[in-house]
Write a protein that binds this ligand. Structure first.
Ligand SMILES: O=C(O)C(=O)C[C@]1(C(=O)O)C=C[C@@H](O)C=C1
Length: 349
């Protein structure tokens, strides 16, 4: 197994012990940006085999598109304006799957996207961890000294705060990283740079003025792939790492007792937690809105919520027993999906 491939220009960045980086290679690069002609809602069949349509937020070259292609190499990526549109595309049958970035090593949980996950009934069928390497891109021939402004996805701007401060440039948020590149090009903005991937630079023919402009070299985003069709779950045994389950546990008053109950139920059965977040901070004490798929709408409101990921599947007896034990408490539990654990970190440069 190869660790931290040298095909990245980065030197010796940290690799978490259990994580593997799948290096970018020339062959993959050529396949990455094959574009397909497709008509909304119609899934083209090539040689009688259905190609999966994967909805993502952004335009070609966005990190979410790369995550889609990483999950289903032969898929037809369907660009959408917003993450909600990607989810709606699946709900309305215009796409088979949707890609949702939910957390990053630099920023933690992306609450707005997690909220979408909680407010819709689309199970998680797969996870993809992507190493996010940002570049500063500009129109061909433009030098750093000519720049006045930088545009990108709000998270990308946040991830590159130090570089932006050093450059002393104004910045403005746009929908996605590749969308920023498209905007530069279509408006011929010679005084503006975009923060995006080097693949986006290649795709749109822009110059890369700087590589790895994120504040921390170790920058990984976790994407979840959602679908109504559970047959699209990454096959069991695809890797030897077993299953993982994501769920939320909510209570109308406080989470402390629920948390203790949960920790005890899981630890007695040796079930490892891979994520545990207690009511991630929300402004103005806004309640968390969660759809209960058993009851449909309206959304249930909770002041407190636990975000839990653990090793194991809802089909495992010890998991069923643990959940039964937690349910002795008057809690709301919603399982967001059981899927193959993927400890790999896929690279793109
Ligand atoms: O803008 C993009 O390219 C995206 O795919 C979105 C997104 C995100 O929302 O987290 C994905 C990865 C990066 O962390 C920055 C932005």
């Amino acid at each position: 197994m190869a660790y931290a491939t040298t095909s990245f220009d980065l030197v010796n960045f940290k690799v978490a012990s259990s994580k593997r980086i799948i290096g970018y290679n020339k062959q993959i690069k050529q396949q990455r940006f094959v574009t397909f002609n497709s008509v909304n809602g119609v899934v083209p069949r090539i040689n009688g085999v259905k190609k999966l349509k994967v909805a993502y937020q952004g335009v070609p070259g966005a990190f979410s598109e790369f995550a889609a292609k990483q999950a289903f190499s032969d898929c037809i990526p369907l660009p959408c304006r917003a993450f909600l549109d990607a989810i709606t595309a699946v709900e309305e049958g215009k796409a088979d799957l949707a890609v949702l970035p939910v957390e990053s090593t630099m920023e933690g949980t992306e609450l707005r996207n997690y909220d979408l996950l909680l407010q819709h009934d689309l199970p998680i069928v797969q996870e993809i961890n992507l190493y996010v390497h940002y570049c500063l891109l500009a129109m061909p021939g433009v030098s750093k000294g000519e720049l006045k402004k930088v545009i990108s996805h709000p998270l990308a701007l946040a991830h590159c705060g130090k570089t932006l401060a050093q450059l002393g440039l104004d910045h403005e948020a746009v929908e996605d990283t590749a969308g920023a590149v498209e905007l530069l090009l279509s408006n011929r903005m010679f005084d503006t740079a975009a923060i995006a991937s080097s693949q986006a630079a290649l795709l749109y023919g822009l110059d890369v003025l700087a590589h790895g402009v994120q504040d921390e070299s170790w920058n990984v985003t976790r994407f979840l792939i959602l679908s109504k069709d559970l047959r699209l779950r990454s096959p069991k045994g695809r890797n030897k790492f077993g299953s993982k389950t994501s769920m939320v546990v909510a209570h109308h008053s406080g989470t402390l007792n629920v948390l203790l109950k949960l920790l005890s139920a899981f630890s007695t059965r040796d079930i490892n937690l891979t994520k545990l977040e207690v009511n991630p901070s929300r402004t103005n004490g806004t309640p968390v809105l969660v759809l209960d798929p058993k009851e449909g709408g309206p959304l249930k409101e909770f002041p407190c919520i636990l975000y839990v990921d653990f090793e194991g599947s809802m089909d495992d007896q010890n998991v069923k027993d643990a959940l039964a034990e937690i349910s002795e408490f008057p809690v709301f539990i919603r399982t967001l999906g059981s899927y193959s654990a993927d400890p790999n970190i896929y690279g793109l440069q």
